[in-house]
Design a protein around this ligand. Sequence first.
Ligand SMILES: Nc1ncnc2c1ncn2[C@@H]1O[C@H](COP(=O)(O)OP(=O)(O)OP(=O)(O)O)[C@@H](O)[C@H]1O
Ligand SMILES: [Mg+2]
Length: 313
Amino acid sequence: MPLVAAENLVKKYDDLTAVDGVSFTIEEGQIFGFLGPNGAGKSTTISMLSTYLPPTSGDAVIDGISVTREANKVRNIIGVVPQDIALYPTLTAIQNLRFYGKMYDMGGESLERRCQELLELVELWDRRDSRLEQFSGGMKRRINMAAGLLHHPRFLLLDEPTVGVDPQSREHIFETIFKIRDSGTTILYTSHYMEEVELLCDYIAIMDRGKLVASGTLKELLSVLGEGGVIELEVAPTGCSEKLEADISRQQGVTSVKHQDGRLVIFSDNSARSLPPVLKVLEEMRCDVIHLEIFTPNLEKLFIHLTGKELRE
Ligand SMILES: Nc1ncnc2c1ncn2[C@@H]1O[C@H](COP(=O)(O)OP(=O)(O)OP(=O)(O)O)[C@@H](O)[C@H]1O
Ligand SMILES: [Mg+2]
C-alpha cells in the first residue's frame, strides 16, 4: 500500500483554481518530485497535504490517516520544510531547534540528543551557538530542514529547499536528502529546476496550472519523446513562420513542432532521419539557419512538448 494517496485534491481561491483535481500516490521510501513553473500549484498542494490549508474538495491519506478528518494525527507523522524560511534570526541554531522540539512536546535529554543528531546530519554542529542572522542562505535552509525532522517524521515535505542557495550548499542539501531517504523517510520534493528533480527523484509528477500533466519515473516520462532527440532551430530572415512550422510538421518522423522564443522545437522519433527533410524545407523557403541544435530528451523539452511553454519564465 502506498504511504501517501491524494484523491482529486482541489483548492479554489475565489475564482482562481490553484489546484484542480490532483491525484497521486507515493510509495514508502521514495523521493517523489513535483516539478512545475511558478504558480503551478506546488506549494498549495503541499499546504493541503500538511493540513495547513483545507482542500475545497478531495482528500489525501497519509499512512491511512485522512488530512481532512484527522489533521492532528497527520501532523505527528509528517515534517514540513516550507518554501519561506521560518526560523528566529536572533536565536542560535540549537535554540531554534529546541524551540521547534518543544512545539512537538519534546524535551530533556532526548531533545538534546536529537538536536545534536540533526545538526550533525546537516553538518552545522560546530556552528550550533551562532545566531541564525549570521548564517548564509544555504545554512539557514539546512537548519530549516533539521527543524522539520525533529520528531522523526515518516513523511517529509520539502518545498523548494534550494531556492537562493549557492551551488556548494545545494550539493550539501542533496547529500542530506539522500541520507534522510536512506534512513527510511519518504520525501516529497518540489522544485522548478528540472536538473534537481532528474537527479534526486525516483518518481516525478509534472504540474502546470493546477493540474498534473504527466507523471512517472524519469525513464517513463522521457520515453514520451522517443529516443530520437529534439531539434531546435532558429532561422532568418523571416523567422519561424506558421507556414514553415506546418511544412516541417509534415516531414518524416516529425511528431510535433512547438514555437518557443522565436525558435522551433521539433520533436521526432528519429532526429537523424528527420533532419535532412527539415533542412530541405528550409532551403525551399529560403531560410538561413542561425542556430541548430539537437538535444537528448530531458524534462525541460518534455514540458515544452506537453504545454508549449518553458519551465522557467
Ligand atoms: N492565499 C492565496 N490567495 C489567493 N491566491 C493564491 C494564494 N496562494 C496561492 N495563490 C495562487 O495559487 C496559484 C498557485 O500558487 P502556488 O504557490 O501553489 O504555486 P507554486 O507552484 O508553489 O509556485 P512557485 O514555484 O512560485 O512557488 C498561483 O496562481 C497563486 O497566485
Ligand atoms: Mg511554491
